[in-house]
Design a protein around this ligand. Structure first.
Ligand code: ARG
Length: 572
């Protein structure tokens, strides 16, 4: 339990003991929310404002603060003083340090983990790329937010299922197969992959303008795909393979993997029962020839289920997918990490599931995120300025290598470190802001070793490793925790003690950036400590304590980076 939670729990106990019959008093959780860190350390390590208690107790805050402080003193956990209606807590700094360090050495690299998710399953739908399309920088957020959330939930004991819900269904694939049959060339597609497929698709549209009959041919090929025609399927499956091979290169670079690639076409034979059920429940109504679920009561446009030609659509597939996932994985939560533009789609789908009588519909969550631009320019396919993710990653590694060559020419494994730093810089940028905010990717910021960046945090980790390498062997030395009572050490310890809570909050809010923020704060606090104190000097018992603190910072930074999908080199 971290210090704030403990103080809150004890305060709640004191209040209860003092006024057993009063009503409307805050519980420990609310008290925890009200606890603040005073701007001036002379006012204590934490402060609790008693104003919230004035009304239920019908008494003045200063009087209340005095009464609770009296009860508190008896517990001995911290000394506490009433000041102007506040309770100011002064921790026993050496004890505080000893407690956290004991927890860290007990938990080791599991510090911050928990088993609160044990027996529960979280499905995560992320990345979910489209067949025959390039992996561009716009796909970075879904991929990395999903990947990070997967690690965070696993760290909290959940079983997770990572699903790449491939966009592998739609009339465009009929057109593409048709174009391939007419003008395609096997070696070319093998060699140039998605570029060759895209060209075929573009050519199809150009030719179809001259010869509208082509559209019918394209539709006929799509029908063949739907009917599992062997020739059509072979070509289509091959297109898929080529796309996935290309994507695998990016996934490898990012260190991302999936448990399932069941995409839209996987549900081809699973929608009929969904449509039947919608009919049986009287939810389907006709609208201009199409079958829809009316959502007027919910202030939403109708959810389209079957087009007038009877074809299913994106939403139908998502209904089938959600039901399949519940039946197969029995998820406690199903997260959809998809851009905010699809907000309405998911609200509609979740509402329809609810109307179908599935109580678990409320456990489906759209984890939305904002747009990414590059050096101030929006990424629009139409204007042609698409930044390919693979190129971006390669460039990041190259630029990182150049910086490393300059800063640490003697470093062994320069290439490997440059890979970790370059990729880390890109991921950090993506996960550094509240996910709903738009991101502008800029090289100078991403690779600034001194600013708030991936390389900065990684560098701090490497610095900790270097201190630990230089430290003598302290076996047999009992650390003197009173060496960690200075402001810098305490600030660092406080951040470390809050780390487990940060992970939990990040999971609650589906917000990896909270972990990014925490590792950055810890890195900054460590660097401040590092500059102010001579870690290896002085009495062995004191040096041992400072080295242990360095080990703690290293551990937590490494865990935090892992949770956002970034590697932590030991030398930089
Ligand atoms: N392939 C879709 C796109 O790129 C995202 C799919 C998201 N997942 C889902 N179950 N709808 O827009």
């Amino acid at each position: 339990m971290d210090m704030m939670t403990r103080i809150a729990a004890l305060t709640a106990d004191c209040i209860k003991a003092l006024w057993p019959d009063a009503e409307g008093l805050p519980a420990a959780e609310e008290i925890r929310g009200l606890l603040a860190v005073p701007p001036d350390p002379a006012l204590g390590d934490y402060a609790f404002p008693c104003f919230r208690l004035a009304k239920p107790l019908r008494s003045a805050p200063p009087k209340i603060a005095e009464a609770i402080c009296g009860a508190w003193q008896a517990t001995g956990t911290a000394s506490v003083q009433p000041v102007n209606g506040y309770m100011n807590f002064f921790l026993n700094r050496a004890n505080f340090a000893a407690e956290i360090m004991a927890e860290l050495s007990e938990k080791g690299d599991r510090f911050g983990s928990s088993d609160e998710g044990s027996g529960k399953t979280v499905c995560l739908d992320y990345s979910s790329i489209n067949i025959a399309k390039r992996f561009h920088i716009g796909h970075l957020s879904t991929t990395m937010i999903g990947h990070s959330l997967k690690r965070i939930f696993e760290f909290l004991g959940y079983k997770t299922v990572g699903i790449n819900h491939l966009g592998d269904w739609g009339t465009q694939f009929g057109k593409m197969v048709c174009a391939y049959k007419k003008w395609g060339n096997k070696e070319d597609v093998e060699k140039r992959g998605i570029d060759a497929m895209t060209e075929l698709y573009v050519r199809f549209h150009q030719e179809a303008e001259k010869d509208p009959a082509l559209e019918d041919e394209g539709r006929a090929w799509f029908k063949k795909i739907e009917d599992n025609d062997p020739e059509a399927m072979e070509i289509f499956r091959w297109f898929k393979e080529v796309t996935l091979k290309d994507a695998a290169k990016v996934y490898d670079k990012l260190g991302v993997s999936f448990d399932s690639y069941a995409g839209e076409s996987f549900y081809n034979d699973k929608m009929e029962p969904v449509v039947r059920m919608l009919k049986e429940k009287g939810l389907l109504v006709e609208s201009q020839g199409a079958q829809v679920v009316d959502l007027e009561e919910d202030n939403m446009p109708p959810c389209l289920i079957l087009k007038s030609d009877g074809a299913t659509i994106y939403a139908t597939r998502d209904l089938a997918a959600a039901i399949y996932r519940q039946d197969t994985y029995h998820f406690d939560k199903c997260l959809y990490v998809v851009a905010y533009q699809q907000d309405l789609h998911f609200r509609q789908v979740f509402r329809v599931l609810e109307k179908m009588g599935y109580p678990w519909a409320k456990n489906c969550v759209h984890v939305a995120f904002g747009m990414i631009s590059f050096e101030g320019e929006a990424l629009s396919t139409r204007k042609g300025n698409v930044v390919l993710l693979e190129d971006l990653l390669d460039q990041a590694v190259e630029k990182a290598l150049a910086i490393i060559e300059e800063k640490s020419p003697g470093l062994p494994n320069k290439e490997e470190v440059a890979r970790q730093v370059g990729i880390g810089a890109v991921i950090y940028t993506d996960l550094s802001n509240n996910r709903i905010k738009d991101i502008d990717f800029r090289w100078d910021r991403a690779l600034n070793f001194d600013g708030e960046s991936g390389p900065y945090v990684q560098y701090t980790h490497a610095r900790c490793c270097s201190v630990l390498r230089k430290a003598p062997d302290f076996t047999g030395v009992t650390p003197d925790w009173s060496a960690l009572t200075d402001d810098e050490a305490q600030a660092l310890l406080r951040l470390i003690s809050r780390f487990p809570d940060v992970i939990r909050d990040a999971a609650d809010k589906y917000e990896p950036s909270m972990v990014t923020r925490a590792v950055t704060d810890i890195a900054q606090a460590y660097n401040k400590y590092y500059y102010e104190h001579r870690i290896l000097d002085g009495e062995p018992a004191q040096a041992a304590a400072r080295v242990a603190l360095t080990g703690a910072a290293r551990q937590v930074i490494k865990t935090g980076l892992y949770l956002i999908g970034i590697e932590a080199p030991e030398r930089m």
